[in-house]
Write a protein that binds this ligand. Sequence first.
Ligand code: 5AD
Ligand code: SF4
Length: 458
Amino acid sequence: MNSDLSKTQSFFELYDLRRSDALDGKRAHVVTFGCQQNEADSERLRGMLATMGCSLAERAEDADVILLNTCAIREHAEMKALSLLGRFKALRKSNPELIIGVLGCMAAEPRRVDMLKRDFHYVDFTLPPSEIHKLPAVIAEVVQNRKRTFVPYVSEPRIVEDIPVSRTSTFKSWVSVMYGCNNFCTYCIVPYVRGRERSRDSAAVIKECRELVAAGTKEITLLGQNVNSYSSDLTFAELISEIARIEGDFIIRFMTSHPKDVSPELIEAIRRYKGKIAPYFHLPLQSGSDKILRSMNRTYTKEKYLETVRALRAAVPEIALSTDVIIGFPEEEDGDFLETLDVLSTVRFDMVYAFLYSPRNGTRAALMENRVERSVMDARMARLIEMQNEISLECNLPFVGKRVRVLVESSDEKDGVLVYTGRTPDARLVHFKSCDAELGEFADVLIERAGISCLYGK
Ligand code: 5AD
Ligand code: SF4
């Protein structure tokens, strides 16, 4: 069990000063790449910056501190972060006092950290995801001693509770329930950069959710690399049920689930608390070929995956489903790819996120032979997108003429008309015109038109 208190520490026990004035009157610019966990981490980075007396700068040019919260999931994500970092060199030249830190998953890769040390002299510090609570100490070190600091990756870190948080939204909230991953899918770098699985105390999670609901949040997303392996005094199904019993008008989402761990109890919880738990499930498939699934160490088969989908739909017929697919894993042949397409056409996902396989240093798959050629990957991707676009559109068409409930998230002026954007509980993106929609409130929207990735209405 992970609820052992010795595994959890309080931020304020680690730092006896509630407010360090190292950055008093200074401004910080925080850039976030990657997943929702990184978004949630950035809210904590901003929270800690605020306790250090630092306000936020919209533009990097106006900042005294720049924090780059990076993603390492694919080569492309790393390249994007490095190219942005390259642009900060000029800023540092014109302002030698500027502090630049690299955080997130790239800051946990020894190879990347070595490169930053060697080739990016203007990077003052690196801080891996499990160590973000050290931000005040690291910044104090950099400010006071002008000493470059590279905080090492920890494979079995503690959970630090009560890190100050500055939430971006008043109505959409991230709540981490567990961190890290023990699955070691052979393509994935996450277990090497976010460390072993550890779960937060259920009481701390429930308390955080209660406070958010009392403060008026409308949507809570429970986060974890694999939420279904949450383990404390409660299982994930028990935890989400407890949260669903909190009174108030809000919905609960969760990300991400591993198909091997979707329990009948979780499916039952989604059915039982239908109005509260969103009827939406993101269930990463990765491949439809048993051969590739085995080589990926996914520990389920195509048939087992389809069984889980059937169980979900039997319990909650209106549930929306989305998935992740990797195209071009080593040894993927045409027949394997067709198995993936077969799952897509059998399940008819509302949304599919497809990625070209990207070898990650240190993972088992990076050593595998028989890589798939880029041109073959591209052709498979094009074929998948063409097929899925048709399915996604067909999933959206039945909503035309119907009224849906939408949490209004943003508004934007287009050609002189205010267009609002929001999501339905089953995660469909809706653009609509309205005379009285309020951001952060639920609205009833009449759908007039359906697209591949969104609905349009009024
Ligand atoms: N290459 C391509 N896609 C990857 N993903 C994870 N690792 C890789 C990789 N090395 C995809 C998976 C996962 C999603 C978050 O990113 O589909 O579910
Ligand atoms: Fe990127 Fe994965 Fe790290 Fe999120 S956990 S930042 S997606 S590598």
